[in-house]
Design a protein around this ligand. Sequence first.
Ligand SMILES: Nc1ncnc2c1ncn2[C@@H]1O[C@H](COP(=O)(O)OP(=O)(O)OP(=O)(O)O)[C@@H](O)[C@H]1O
Length: 302
Amino acid sequence: MSLPQPPARAAEFGRDALIVCDNLVRIYQTGSIEVQALQGLDLLVNAGEMIAVVGASGSGKSTLLSILAGIDAPTAGRARVGDADLLAMSRSDRVRYRRHTVGFVRQQTASNLIPYLTSREVIEMPMVAARRPARERRARADELLAALDVGDCADRRPGQMSGGQQQRVAIAVAMANQPRVLFADEPTGELDTTTSAGVFEALRHVNREFGVTVVVVTHDPGVSGQVERTVAIRDGRTSSEVLRRTETSSNGDTHVIAEEYAVMDRAGRVQIPREYREALDLTRRVRLALEADHVTIHPDPS
Ligand SMILES: Nc1ncnc2c1ncn2[C@@H]1O[C@H](COP(=O)(O)OP(=O)(O)OP(=O)(O)O)[C@@H](O)[C@H]1O
């Protein structure tokens, strides 16, 4: 059998992606204890995508988001968002990046807003920092309040709004300076199911309406099940991805098809799920065979 020929020179990893994490490492040092929160994580996100990031507690989700949002700095590897190289940014580049390129929504509704400012005032704040003229600030705040369905909250302070309304205003604040990417870390974590669905719909709306790329960390399977791509992180690495697409059958019914993929790192390593390993008693040594369009893995007969 003749094998397909590899391309003459491999293109740069993620050349066309908006977000690129290549072998990303983040080590926290507390006294003599070292924690490897990210252990060589690879991730690509295209412009305009909306993805969910899931994983057990401590798997590295918040660390990843903090790095991509320019809040934390990686220890090694490569992280790029648009033209911004997150390992090589100066302090002033970082301020500009956080002000213009990305927006961030946190889990705690209270920490996204300021108790003594009205929604309109807090949405205008990032635009004041970016020195936008008053008329433009007002028009953008009105546009966002309407798009997020909180027009009636323009003159209210956080204490006068529900949790769901506060998170919608928080999304408006994050969108104020027209960022390319919106990061949300468990944005529905403090909300009940119905309110969560509304906030998640608001994220989908800004993704569609304003074309902003959205990366949302969530524990909620109801939330992760509604995006086209869910990336799972395990032990500081991307372990699997679920891709979803909608198909219409001949009688006009639509249904969502979800397919799970294992993620292969750049050295070619793939993690085989435990249930597969146990089902076929795959242990230390397996036999690989290259077929015309796939690879098979067999248990070691000996
Ligand atoms: N500032 C820090 N100093 C020391 N260790 C940290 C720090 N931040 C995170 N860690 C550790 O890094 C690992 C990854 O943490 P991270 O918060 O990214 O996980 P997570 O997946 O977001 O968890 P959760 O779902 O519980 O929020 C954990 O072992 C955590 O204890």
